[in-house]
Design a protein around this ligand. Structure first.
Ligand code: MN
Length: 302
């Protein structure tokens, strides 16, 4: 038992009780630890060796985590009908949703988004809501370091919207940029994030109407992005989740050319997270698909 790395105090307990369940719990914990360490090392290796963008992709069914609230998740990211590359990255995991939308041209945009999504995924283990904000802050530092030390990645950055569920059931949101998070509860859709764009800030200040903003030529211009400076202002938000609640996170490509009523009815009319993701992605593609489109969604298990 000592050689298995079990602390003396626990060995004493184990010998006193001689319980197979207790030993099985240790076996489980050691396996989960090993998986977590291997994942962390894989990220470290990637950071040290790669200048290519890895696609963060969907990582459903993440092992080694024991959050009390579990989600059914779905995610999809599409290049769209106009762009050459997909510079969005997503994570759709049982305790975490992330959408990142890269900027800075080839290859920086895709690298920044993939790095940010992967790093937040590797750092957030469901410990607490603060852990999510810390994960975004750490990702900012790494992307900024990489961008300022690699010539062809100079100036890269990314938006990021991360929604995690902590072990105590608290929903935590960390947002920078113009991806959006929504909460769907009992047939109502509530937006949880503000866009960090010049146009959205003018609307919040009352200097532009929502109608003027909708067709504004500069509505993509960001006021904040991850990876462009060593420190970062992150919007955070917390909420308690209830059984049946759904969460949706999307990149600007999913909403920017879609009328609000149409967006809302496509979200509320979907019977499952996968149907929700498909309906929002397909709607954006039907409205031209001018930008990359990414949507991830989760439903709390009752
Ligand atoms: Mn976009």
């Amino acid at each position: 038992l000592r050689r298995a790395g079990i602390p003396l105090a626990d060995i004493t307990e184990l010998l006193r009780e001689r319980s197979p369940e207790r030993l099985a719990a240790w076996v489980h914990r050691l396996r989960a630890d090993a998986v977590r360490r291997q994942e962390a090392l894989a990220v470290a290796r990637k950071l040290l060796t790669s200048t290519e963008s890895g696609t963060a992709g969907t990582q459903a069914g993440h092992s080694g985590r024991e959050a009390m609230v579990r989600w059914h998740v779905a995610g999809r990211t599409e290049t769209g009908h106009v762009r050459q590359d997909n510079e969005d990255a997503i994570v759709a995991r049982e305790d975490l949703l992330v959408v990142a939308d890269g900027m800075g041209g080839r290859p920086g945009g895709a690298v920044a988004a993939a790095l940010a999504a992967e790093l937040v995924g590797a750092t957030f283990a469901g410990g607490s809501p603060d852990e999510l904000t810390a994960a975004v802050r750490a990702a900012n530092w790494v992307v900024w370091q990489r961008g300022s030390s690699t010539a062809d990645l100079a100036g890269m950055g990314t938006t990021v919207c991360a929604v995690g569920v902590a072990g105590d059931g608290t929903l935590a949101i960390a947002n920078v940029g113009d991806c959006r998070a929504y909460l769907i509860r009992q047939e109502s859709l509530e937006r949880l994030t503000q866009d960090h764009t010049v146009v959205a800030e003018l609307v919040r200040d009352g200097r532009l109407t929502a109608a003027e903003a909708a067709g504004h030529p500069h509505r993509h211009v960001l006021t904040r992005a991850l990876g462009v400076a060593p420190d970062l202002r992150i919007d955070t938000f917390r909420s308690a989740v209830a059984p049946g609640d759904r969460v949706l996170v999307c990149s600007d490509g999913a909403y920017i050319d879609v009328a609000e009523e149409e967006f809302t009815s496509s979200v509320l009319g979907s019977p499952s997270p996968q149907a929700l993701v498909d309906s929002v992605v397909d709607l954006a593609l039907a409205h031209g698909g001018r930008d990359n489109v990414s949507v991830v969604a989760a439903e709390t298990r009752a």
